[in-house]
Design a protein. Sequence first.
Length: 293
Amino acid sequence: MVSGNGTPGSAAARHAQLGEFLRAQRARLQPHDVGLRPYGDPARRRTPGLRREEVAELSGVGLTWYTWLEQGREVDASRQVIDALARTLRLDPDQHRHLRFLAGLAEPEADGAESDRTRLWRMVDAVMPSPASIYDSAFDYLAWNRAYARVRDDPLELPPQRRNVLWMMFSDNNNRRHLKHWDEAARAVLSQLRDALGRHPGDLRLLELIDGLCAESPEFRRWWSEYPVRRFRPAVITVEHPRAGPIELELFQWRPVEDPTLLMVVQVPANAVAAARVTRLLAPEWGPDAANP
């Protein structure tokens, strides 16, 4: 059930829920919870929890503007202001993410990034022998398994500032040479980037990525100007591997519930021949330093 006006997911509905959420969080706190000395007799305090004035002052925002937020009016809120409200209201990470969502903003960075990264490595290793990789919201590589490095590309061989699936697709000559129908695959990835920018138009990392690719790749620059938009669709790609021969891979994409900004791509061998060739590439004698057969 959606409170307020509008359909689920609409701007009006989100603003109405934002007001409800702020009122509920304000009501659960007392002045001493946020380091304030109660004014007057606490027993005669008519406001349950903090007053609007107190939340506005502690967050460094105007009272009128904050009141409009609680009333569900369609006013814009910056990331800095929403994060300040989250700190004032003592929100936990899940509540902070929810507040960001209701305000129409990207989720905050998750805490414990290093331990989360270890969990991602375990995930990609678990789907071996299928090549698998995980990207963040700007398409930077976070984790990949040995099959991905052997069959597709090893991100460690890319410059650190370009360990990104878009940079790999448009600037890595080996990938272009070995990926059959490269232009179709490159256009598909570019379309996903265009879709991501549409959902997060002010994302500085995405904007920097686009500027860099436009400056370096004529194909990217030309196709970007055509404004293609297409979310992921199931597909089969063919890698013309120089040592194992052609390998057909069926693409799957997943987003973890605990952090939907991440994207996991699993490339499952599409047939028995492809599976056998991937398995051969993973054998010790077919390692990266082995001589060509």
